[in-house]
Write a protein that binds this ligand. Structure first.
Ligand code: GLU
Length: 493
């Protein structure tokens, strides 16, 4: 089992899971599932000021919602835990002191003010703002004296003077010349390790075989390569995935609209549409196919097909993909998912979800194929509960100022208002009578639609009528007869 594939997603719990993080998680998940490996979730919470328990929970929930299940993680454990960095602090400390003993790191007693001064001086002299190694030159006695005095210190890594090369699975050969980095801190004076140090220890101890993460981590990778070498650990393989940009080609941010996974969830996107779309941000299967289920993505995924050029987040495309996945929902799933969106706007429908499921299903299926998001359902079916009195000039918009259409509508409304009880059958009988009076095609169906729904567009007329007629026992559904009367009241002069 030596070459077992083990990948990880390592979020810092400082807020919601955003699109970029979700894509990184997805690529890791797909790579693990495709190659029979393990997908590990590790929480990187050493930044005590910014990390919160709530954020961790939100991120885990968002990942679960996306169906990116992990094999090892803080909530489920595993053989390489703990999976929260804040619970591994002693480990990092021990390795930091090991490097110190081996002379690969040293104590730095410089204060923030001294470091700031050093930076300014370097800037003035147009040198890179590297640490000037003054503490590396302290004698053993000087160091001991400072420790005795209780002067706080950091542990600083002594950067080797050599070039580094990385063969990245996405970017190819990446080279760094000697001297691009100054000695950097690995353990802060409060005993907290820094991100670059923890990651190396964890990836090594957790036997991570491949690190798939965002391109912006490339500068960190240099530091990490140095640390792997100093610690005598074999580094994993790296794949740095390109940035996600907004349509204006700047880095995707809140300015571009929703970027957090939970916001997309609230806005009525489906998890399978999200994973489908996220996969296309930098990956394709070599054809122009764009619709994939998560299972199909697992079958098709290959790191070799991940592009190194930036991906552009295109909400129109996500909308299109979401509409495709909505169409594929089973009745059962669609009923379940529609509920919170409908009830938020029409709370009285809660009862219908248990007592009139057939009717609810008819109603939501009636609008299914035109949906971009689930959030649009209430707006699409609001005509059931609202029949708004028209403004005077809506004659023009409803009937395009066509007298004959208005006359037909008046005739239909007249006949319907006289029926004792309206059924689908007797309604169509009445419509047929109007037809016999010479109103056909657009002089029949359009006026009928306006009379029964109060709108000039919407679902197919047959189902539309059925949904109102069959909804007569549902609270707040306005009966057709009442609609006909309201129509007459308004247009009959
Ligand atoms: N915790 C890092 C982040 O959230 C991830 C680091 C990594 O993948 O190595 O950006």
């Amino acid at each position: 089992m030596e070459n077992k594939i083990r990948v990880r997603f390592a979020p810092s719990p400082t807020g919601h899971l955003h699109v970029g993080g979700a894509r990184t998680a997805l690529f890791n998940f797909l790579y693990a599932r495709k190659n029979n490996g393990k997908f590990i979730l590790r929480v990187e919470d050493t930044d005590l000021e910014r990390s919160t328990k709530e954020s961790e929970e939100m991120v885990l929930n968002d990942l679960k919602w996306l169906n990116l299940e992990w094999d090892e993680g803080p909530d489920i454990g595993g053989d390489f835990g703990p999976y929260r960095q804040s619970e591994r602090l002693d480990l990092y400390k021990n390795y930091a002191y090991k490097l110190l003993e081996e002379g690969k790191a040293y104590r730095c007693f410089c204060t923030d003010e001294e470091l700031e001064e050093m930076r300014k001086k370097a800037e003035k002299e147009k040198r890179p703002p590297h640490y000037d190694r003054r503490c590396l030159r302290l004698s053993k006695e000087e160091v001991n004296a400072k420790i005795k005095e209780g002067i706080p210190y950091t542990i600083r890594f002594k950067v080797p003077e050599k070039d580094y090369v990385l063969y990245d699975m996405v970017r190819g050969k990446v080279e760094w010349k000697s001297g691009v980095l100054g000695d950097f801190v690995i353990l802060r004076s409060n005993g907290m390790p820094v991100y670059n140090f923890c990651v190396v220890i964890d990836d090594y101890l957790m036997k991570i075989s491949h690190v798939i993460r965002a391109e912006e981590h490339l500068p960190n990778t240099l530091r990490q390569l140095m640390l792997y070498e100093a610690l005598g650990f074999k580094p994993p393989k790296f794949a740095h995935v390109s940035l996600i940009l907004g349509k204006d080609r700047s880095k995707l941010s809140k300015r571009h609209g929703a970027t957090s996974v939970s916001q997309f969830k609230k806005d009525g996107y489906l998890p399978e549409a999200m994973t489908n779309y996220l996969a296309l941000l930098g990956w394709n299967d070599g054809t122009d196919r764009e619709e994939f289920t998560l299972k199909e993505l697992i079958e098709k995924f290959s790191i070799k097909r991940v592009s190194k050029s930036p991906a552009v987040f295109d909400i129109d495309k996500l909308n299109w993909i979401n509409s495709l996945h909505i169409k594929k929902l089973t009745d059962e799933k669609y009923l379940e998912l529609s509920k919170e969106f409908l009830i938020e706007v029409f709370p009285f429908l809660e009862k219908a979800y248990s007592e009139n499921r057939e009717w609810i299903l008819k109603v939501i299926n009636m609008v299914k194929k035109g949906l971009t998001t689930l959030k649009e359902i209430p707006g699409e079916i609001s005509f059931l509960f609202e029949y708004r009195p028209w403004e005077e000039n809506e004659i023009i918009s409803l009937f395009k100022n066509d007298e004959k259409q208005l006359n037909s509508a008046l005739l239909i409304a007249e006949k319907l208002s006289q029926l004792d009880e309206i059924t689908v059958e007797n309604l169509w009988e009445k419509v047929n009578e109007v037809k016999k009076e010479g109103y056909k095609g657009k002089y029949l169906f359009h006026p009928l639609r306006v009379v029964v729904s109060g709108k000039n567009s919407g679902p197919e007329i047959d189902v539309l009528i059925e949904s109102i007629v069959e909804g007569k026992r549902i609270e707040k559904v306005i009966p057709i007869k009442e609609r006909a009367k309201l129509f007459l009241e308004h247009f009959k002069k």
